[in-house]
Design a protein around this ligand. Structure first.
Ligand code: IMP
Ligand code: MG
Length: 176
């Protein structure tokens, strides 16, 4: 595998878009004291920046989903860490790094839907241009990207590359 030398989305572009999302979310959630539910680990960096771009008071908690995909069409998702703050009667905003097949978000929405929330919406930094296995309503989207495997700004390949300040395409050598 090798990193494409040219960033797909550079740090300055990420920062500008996140400030725009923060402004939109501040308007929508003003006075509602929303709970940002961050999906670990990929959305961690995005969430840290977005939270600081939201000017209305809010709380932050974490959820972790792991997919066991023996085969792509039968990928099963398990929630391995649940939020500590009660979701009951809360306006929950799920922060996800990337909307790919949709299976992770569908499983998280199922779990959140059982908790008696006041509302739930999804904000994904990246939306990949692929056929979905589970279609999910993503109300807030950072960037639409082509169907490549990307790393950086929280997204990993085998736990590596999360610390890159920008989004890069990871290419397999054989295709390069
Ligand atoms: P989904 O369940 O197929 O939508 O996949 C969502 C999860 O798969 C994301 O939260 C990521 O952790 C991971 N993922 C999907 N595409 C990529 C990628 O291009 N780079 C890194 N991780 C990815
Ligand atoms: Mg993830």
């Amino acid at each position: 595998m090798r990193l494409n030398p040219k960033p797909l989305i550079d740090a300055a572009t990420l920062s500008i878009r996140i400030r725009e999302l923060g402004a939109a979310l501040s308007r929508t959630y003003g006075g509602k004291h929303p709970l940002l539910l961050v999906t670990l680990k990929g959305a961690l960096y995005f969430a840290a920046d977005l939270s600081r771009a939201i000017t209305t008071p809010h709380q932050v908690d974490f959820i972790r989903a792991r997919s066991y995909a023996g085969d792509q069409s039968t990928g099963r998702v398990e929630i391995t860490h649940r939020p500590e703050i009660s979701l009951r009667d809360r306006h929950v905003l799920i922060l996800e790094d990337i909307y790919d097949t949709g299976q992770t978000l569908a499983a998280i929405l199922d779990m959140v839907g059982e908790e008696g929330v006041a509302s739930v919406a999804v904000c994904a930094l990246l939306v990949k241009d692929v056929a979905r296995v589970s279609a999910v309503d993503v109300a807030y989207k950072g960037f639409e990207i082509p169907n490549h495997f990307v790393v950086g700004y929280g997204l990993d390949y085998n736990e590596g590359y999360r610390e890159l300040p920008e989004i890069r395409i990871l290419e397999s050598e054989t295709l390069a």
